[in-house]
Design a binder for this molecule. Structure first.
Ligand code: BDP
Length: 580
């Protein structure tokens, strides 16, 4: 899927803004008889906007509605309606006609609406969103049971994971137009470096009919003819002495793809951005452009006051500024694919990304064939969406599954095989909390470990936590022989709580624990990186062990530093592999 863009052959407008909202009630024909209950912001979650509790934790159908008028100049063109995401599930209706649906909440989807639109008045767009999760959704959840029975156990809403199950149209909604004769549908860019030049292979698919295409490398001005065959095109361009994309050196290139008519006139034109860099796991090292890189950074969340999981450009810029300030070089998109606009920023700041599928807490007591099918589809959509981003250096297929069960092996094997088939260029991992008991470790290129010594166990005992960490990691490494990446560790901390000596929840304790565990990780040669949990405090479901959410942030939810931030900044200023 090509990102919506305005070019010489394409136009677009956004439907972002204020829409109408209504909770679904039985017996109402919403596509035709929608009546507004509330106003709602798009992009954004609906949950935190209203005074009424019933909206915050609404589970079930909720309808979004807006109208839009098309410019006369688009008559005769191909028209597409595109959603950046809809969480968790969407069914889309335009002018009373059902266009289709999409499941899983964090990847884009679109519909060709050329036949469904009218130019004679407003177009009525009605979208049914649903945030019910079950054993067969990804992520899994207990929300269906709660909805049906009113029974709540553990937390409210009753999710099986540790972040608030925000719902809504979280990312931009766009209408765009292309020429009706031919349009680029997909473009993949793969680079290879040999000596002092890079070869750039541009391949893809187009719709409509076209037998001539060309690719121009914007930075060098070189244009080459592409081969077209059965709705696919391919071309190869060479970059002499390429500027490599690297951490803090976001050198980017642009390939312009043009589909041409018989007379040489441009039918369609799109530009894809990419970078030239290599990534590889060799022995116990993670290599970027042939040099070992030690990953230091965070697990994060798309999460902020009022907008919930809605795209917020100000928050995102602030986050990248803070990551740069603290000398982070990477983050993992815990626990789902983040907005494309965030991956763009990573490309532009030179920060590495581990892209994660939306599969948090896969529980093998409840997994069915359908769970795997949905998981496969979500992973496929993530890889297809982000494959051209140089910042993405590894795929994570899941987080904290019950992967000490035998059933986990075939399930994860299917996911890893698919990932390598779709993208043989990037290492594959998954974050485990099962230590050496995990039966899937050997399937991965890198083993990612979530571990909470000094917090969930050995509470208050930093030195014992340090000793446990080193022994446990050594055991895991001996079991799998793979490089180990510490994908989560940390301590809940309420900004402003102090204690000397430090104790749990104080800023001193978070600082002392985090720095001591980092000592332990860096004493182990096979550890390739450390990601703190979490970049910032974030909202969770309500329960007795969360105080207005998870407080493991190095920054507060407002994006201000806790005490640990300055110490981490000092530690991260020195590169671990600088001397090797
Ligand atoms: C890990 C999960 C993460 C949680 C974290 C915690 O991967 O989603 O938020 O623990 O408990 O197990 O803080």
């Amino acid at each position: 899927m090509i990102r919506p863009q305005r070019t010489r052959t394409r136009d677009l407008f956004t439907l972002d803004g204020i829409w109408d909202l209504s909770r679904e009630q039985p017996g109402v024909d919403y596509p035709d008889g929608f009546a507004a209950e509330k106003k709602v912001a798009v992009p954004g979650s609906y949950n935190d906007l209203y005074a009424e509790e019933a909206f915050r934790t609404w589970l079930g159908g909720i309808w979004y509605a807006t109208d839009f008028v098309l410019p006369e100049s688009w008559r005769g063109r191909r028209i597409v309606l595109r959603f950046g995401s809809a969480t968790y599930r969407a069914e889309v209706h335009l002018n009373g006609a059902h266009l289709g649906g999409h499941e899983t909440g964090y990847t884009p989807f679109e519909f060709d609406v050329t036949e469904a639109v009218t130019f004679d008045g407003p177009n009525r767009l009605r979208v049914r969103i649903e945030n019910l999760l079950s054993a067969e959704t990804v992520p899994q959840g207990n929300l269906t049971a709660q909805h049906e029975t009113g029974q709540i156990s553990g937390q409210y809403p009753n999710t099986g994971f540790d972040f608030f199950p925000y719902g809504g149209l979280h990312r931009p909604v766009t209408v765009y137009s292309t020429a009706p004769e031919a349009w680029v549908d997909e473009a993949r860019i793969r680079t290879a470096v040999a000596g002092d030049q890079a070869t750039v292979a541009v391949t893809g698919a187009f719709g409509g009919a076209c037998d001539r295409a060309e690719v121009t490398l914007i930075e060098t001005g070189e244009t080459v003819a592409a081969t077209c065959d059965a709705r696919r095109f391919s071309a190869e361009v060479v970059i002499p002495r390429p500027k490599l994309w690297d951490v803090g050196q976001p050198n980017l290139y642009h390939a312009r793809i043009r589909l041409l008519g018989q007379d040489g006139a441009g039918l369609d034109e799109v530009t894809e951005r990419f970078g030239v860099r290599t990534v590889e796991v060799r022995g116990d090292r993670f290599l970027l452009n042939g040099k070992p890189v030690y990953l230091q950074g965070f697990g994060k969340h798309e999460d902020f006051h009022l907008v919930g999981k809605g795209l917020n450009h100000s928050v995102n810029v602030r986050d990248f500024e803070l990551m740069t300030w603290i000398h982070a070089n990477s983050f993992r998109t815990t626990h789902y694919p983040y907005a494309e606009e965030i991956i763009d920023l990573a490309d532009e700041y030179g920060i590495l990304v581990i892209g994660e599928a939306p599969a948090v807490s896969v529980h093998f007591d409840f997994v069915t064939d359908r769970t795997l099918q949905v998981h496969v589809q979500a992973l496929r959509e993530l890889i297809e969406r982000d494959i051209n981003h140089p910042s993405v250096v590894m795929w994570s297929v899941a987080n904290e599954a019950t992967s000490d069960r035998e059933a986990a092996r075939p399930y994860f094997k299917a996911l890893v095989d698919l990932t390598r088939e779709l993208d043989p260029t990037r290492p594959v991992t998954a974050a485990t909390c099962k230590g050496a008991d995990d039966v899937t470790l050997d399937l991965f290129d890198v083993v990612s470990v979530n571990t909470y010594p000094g917090w969930y166990f050995l509470a208050g005992q930093i030195e014992k936590g340090y000793a446990f960490l080193k022994e446990d990691l050594a055991r895991i490494h001996a079991t799998c022989g793979k490089p180990i990446f510490i994908s989560e560790f940390g301590a809940d901390t309420i900004a402003g709580y102090h204690g000397l000596p430090g104790e749990q929840w104080t800023e001193e304790y978070q600082t002392d624990l985090v720095l001591r565990l980092i000592d332990g990780m860096r004493e182990l040669d096979f550890v390739i990186g450390e990601h703190l949990w979490n970049f910032a405090d974030f909202r969770t479901a309500q329960n007795y062990f969360r105080v207005f959410g998870n407080k493991k942030g190095i920054f507060t939810r407002e994006r201000q530093p806790k005490m640990v931030a300055r110490f981490l900044r000092e530690r991260w200023a020195k590169e671990r592999y600088a001397a090797t």
